[in-house]
Design a protein around this ligand. Structure first.
Ligand code: ADP
Ligand code: ADP
Length: 229
């Protein structure tokens, strides 16, 4: 489950400047749809609307047919998981940071999620720059390792809907490939909205939407879009 539908979505942060100008597309349950396009096109705005940081001004977004405006923030947070571009870590162990994904999780579940995300060796450590309040040494995590913490969080939370908002954009090419492979595992069979700025990073998506200035300029599979361009 977790089918998402954007129906003629209009949105502006400031009424003088429309950002999304009538966007319609579906992410069928279990499928992956990627939104690509130049910086400023409105891609992240789509993910913020789906996460209900803001509400649409006209049109609608539905999950399993239910209008988001009738879904409480708290229930929405249970349904949707997000891997952002820069994962912010709390002043506590990596295990604690992973458990944030599902506060009721057991030690074993946290350990398993950490191992799946290949961050298992670090769970007792604190991120660097924080006080070592549990008497362990701080550990400097690379950008890729931080994204692995976010992935472990998501594995633990196991939400039906996943938003990957430029989740690999801040990484170097080699790390990007590794993290992409981990994200592919997590998003398999999960309704997933991917936000990216390059077509080459979303080859496996079931559909790609090209957003330009708040409008859908093109859409199709990776192969079809390459043929047109
Ligand atoms: P993208 O993700 O495609 O780079 P965004 O959705 O982040 O684009 O932004 C689309 C436009 O909305 C940009 O022109 C940006 O400056 C503007 N914008 C984004 N967030 C805000 C905000 N909180 N308040 C006002 N304008 C914003
Ligand atoms: P609320 O906004 O309702 O207080 P939180 O922001 O504390 O809820 O987050 C609740 C859930 O949403 C957590 O389980 C967490 O996995 C997820 N979440 C919220 N924000 C982010 C984020 N930026 N990155 C990853 N997960 C997030």
């Amino acid at each position: 489950h977790g089918a998402i539908s954007f129906k003629d979505v209009h949105f502006a942060y400031d009424s003088a400047r429309p950002i999304l100008k009538g966007i319609s597309f579906d992410v069928p349950a279990g499928k992956t749809v990627a939104v690509v396009g130049p910086s400023g096109a409105g891609k992240s705005t789509l993910s913020r609307l789906l996460y209900r940081f803001y509400d649409v001004q006209s049109g609608a977004i539905t999950i399993d047919g239910q209008d988001l405006r009738t879904v409480k923030q708290k229930s929405l947070r249970k349904v949707i998981g997000m891997v952002p571009q820069d994962t912010v870590l709390f002043n506590d162990t990596i295990a604690y940071n992973i458990r944030y994904g599902r506060p009721g999780a057991s030690e074993d579940e946290v350990t398993t999620a950490a191992e799946i995300a290949q961050i298992g060796d670090f769970i007792r450590h604190l991120p660097e720059g924080f006080d070592t309040k549990v008497g362990e040494r701080g550990l400097k995590l690379s950008g890729g390792e931080k994204q692995r913490v976010a992935i472990a969080r998501t594995v633990l939370k196991a939400p039906p809907v996943l938003i990957l908002d430029e989740a690999t954009s801040a990484l170097d090419t080699t790390t990007e490939r590794e993290i992409q492979a981990a994200l592919d595992v997590v998003s398999k069979n999960r309704t997933t909205l991917v936000i990216a700025h390059r077509l080459s990073t979303v080859i496996g998506a079931d559909e790609i939407i090209v957003l330009k200035s708040g409008e859908i300029a093109e859409r199709g599979t990776h192969a079809a879009l390459l043929e047109q361009n």
